[in-house]
Design a protein around this ligand. Sequence first.
Ligand SMILES: [Zn+2]
Length: 361
Amino acid sequence: MQRTYKFRLYPTKEEQGYIHFALERCRLLYNRLLAERIAAYEQTGQSLTYYEQKATLPERKRYIPELKNVHSQVLQNVVERLDKAYQAFFRRVKNGEKAGFPRFKPESQYNSFTYPQSGFSIEGKQLVLSKIGDVRIRLHRQPQGTIKTCTIMVKNGKYYACFSCEVESKHLPASEKQIGIDLGVSQLAVTSDGERIESPKFLRKSEEKLKRKQRAVSKKKRGSNRRRKAVRNLARLHEKVANQRKDYAHKESRKLINKYGLIAFEDLNIQGMVKNHHLAKSIADSGWNQLIQFVTYKAESAGRQVVQVNPSGTSQRCSNCGEIVKKSLAVRVHQCPCGYVADRDENAAINILKLALQNVS
Ligand SMILES: [Zn+2]
């Protein structure tokens, strides 16, 4: 199963220079190869093949030394791109579809180059690219499976790396179902299907008990035997509650993984939520991080996809029309002038799913 991941890159000025240099070299090569194919066809009635063109690369490097500053496989991929454009053209012709002949690319239309096998590696927070440098990358999720190719893209002045991965799917049949999940305060989560994942009763009970015991400890005299005993009790209860939470997160994450092919969460590490101290405590208490963590690692072995998105605006935006509908935390219903009415958290969950799907494509 093939899966693509897209990550933002933050190259330095110098690295940007190398990226644009590679782009331009690839573009010129592409146009040159296309011209040669056309000329060959005009002269002999036969175009050049992928292998014939690939074989010319070493000689080109001799005449154009600048080509040596671009990774050799990146250049080979240019030959492959042109070949694919030809194949697609002939396929469309054969199927009687409208087919445009492969075109020369102006600068504005050549915005990526690909490392098809090697020349790149992820090392910590950096993507090490041959002939470019150690480029800072924001890995908002871990690519799963084996990374096959790495494509560097420039779009609207921003830089991206797209990894195409081969994922081995185990046990679970593929699922086309997708779900967005809004993590809540009053309940653990609400899904884009309107389903609620509640904090279970036994857990709430244990948590109440935990609070009582905490108070009990603070009332006992320091250094007393009673206090020591109460502290021990409290520690035991803490452990019990932690285990209950863990079991529960395991169960809920398993349910999600069994059902959905793509699961979208808000990224809890992003701004807003964590800045607010009250909410930050809720995050720590409610087991959200644990739920996301369990879903993420189960997804890996099951061939499912987990995406975390920037939650900013997800509760205010209308999931139906995109309009911003301002509301305080106390307002639990999203009511839009477009006529769409939904539970506040459900609306947010739908927005989270939408954002995730934008990220994946
Ligand atoms: Zn609306």
